[in-house]
Design a protein around this ligand. Structure first.
Ligand code: SF4
Ligand code: SF4
Length: 343
């Protein structure tokens, strides 16, 4: 497969990467098969996270014996040095490797989180020490907040930035991607299919191919899905006028219904976890049922505290009808919970 250079890491990686969220839903054997099939297709960049339950362990099994051909990326959501060290040790053990190629601070989307990462003697310094002892090769950061992502790129402290990017949530094309390219920071596009909102892989990846220096990571759970994506990435065909019209139509239809997880709507005066509730539909599709219906049930119950004050909608930069969307997602959660035998 075509390869790209991942910014200042100078790593040469496949033009599309593997995202390790959806394999959590599969049986262990199927998950290992899917990862191996993707590697056979020429995918060399594999991304996972400490927080993705079984994902690291399954990827570790899949890459056993072929470590040299894989660029491994994982993440920690810990915000203190001790927690980061624990996560790093666990990732190395689960993945069965001595070195992680790209270690990322996961979902750093508030100024407070960013400051705790870069604080003297904090998480960043701890990972730099791990870099010196060769447990980590490069350090990156993932975010849903444009402000934080720009700050991280400008700081020069991170070799990569991971941010949502697809033809619905395409704000990164304006400033973040050009800045990352200028500073030689590798840009990794999460949510190329808008977290499951887009089911047309051809449109989604033909759009992304217009940005040949970025690395989209596709979270898939069937090998055929990656076959389709690889074929699109390898094809020279450009977007046709009809496809461009379809993109415009989908933008108009979905653009004001897609949560970017930026968190600007929070905090809610009643303590409602708006951001988590807004992505419930995607979580239900992509995460294991036991995890979804266990961990999210208390948040769904708390949604009942909403007084419909509308404060969150005033703060959302994308004008999302949050009250209506949260209600829809809570209803979906409850019906799926019953359907899956957890209710
Ligand atoms: S509308 Fe509901 S969720 Fe939004 S800020 Fe008000 S109480 Fe919180
Ligand atoms: S609802 Fe709006 S402000 Fe809140 S996380 Fe989603 S996109 Fe951001």
């Amino acid at each position: 497969m075509k390869e790209i250079r991942l910014g200042r890491t100078r790593l040469s990686v496949s033009a599309v990467g593997f995202g390790g969220i959806p394999i959590q839903r599969l049986s262990e054997a199927d998950a290992v098969d899917v990862v191996r099939h993707c590697l056979d297709l020429g995918v060399t960049f594999v991304d996972t996270a400490n927080g993705y339950t079984t994902s690291e362990e399954r990827i570790g099994r899949a890459i056993a014996g072929r470590r040299e051909s894989v660029i491994l990326a994982t993440k920690t959501a810990a915000r203190d040095g001790k927690g980061v060290l624990e996560h790093l040790a666990l990732s190395l053990e689960r993945l069965g490797v001595k070195t992680i190629d790209l270690y990322q601070f996961h979902c750093v989307s508030s100024p407070e989180d960013y400051e705790s990462i870069v604080a003297a003697g904090g998480p960043l310094d701890v990972v730099r020490e791990a870099q010196a002892s060769r447990h980590v090769r490069h350090i990156g950061l993932t975010s849903h907040s444009m402000e934080t992502a720009l700050k991280a790129v400008e700081s020069g402290r991170f070799a990569t930035i991971m941010f949502p990017f697809n033809f619905i949530a395409n704000e990164a094309a304006e400033e973040l991607i050009p800045l990352a390219l200028e500073r030689d920071v590798g840009f990794i596009a999460m949510k190329p299919l808008a977290g499951g909102a887009l089911d047309n892989a051809t449109l989604a990846f033909k759009y992304l191919r217009q940005f040949p220096q970025i690395l989209p990571i596709a979270g898939i759970e069937r090998a055929e899905e990656m076959e389709e994506i690889v074929a699109i990435m390898e094809s020279p065909a450009e977007l046709t006028p009809g496809e461009r019209d379809e993109i415009q139509r989908l933008r108009a239809e979905l653009g004001n219904r897609f949560c970017r997880r930026c968190g600007y709507c929070q905090p809610c005066p009643e303590g409602v976890s708006i951001q988590a509730l807004m992505i419930l539909d995607s979580v239900i599709k992509r995460m294991p049922a036991a995890h979804v219906f266990g961990d999210f049930a208390p948040l769904v119950d708390e949604a009942g505290a909403c007084t419909e004050c509308g404060e969150c909608e005033e703060k959302c930069p994308y004008g999302l009808p949050i009250r209506e969307m949260v209600k829809e997602r809570v209803a979906l959660f409850r019906s799926e919970m019953v359907r899956c035998g957890f209710g």
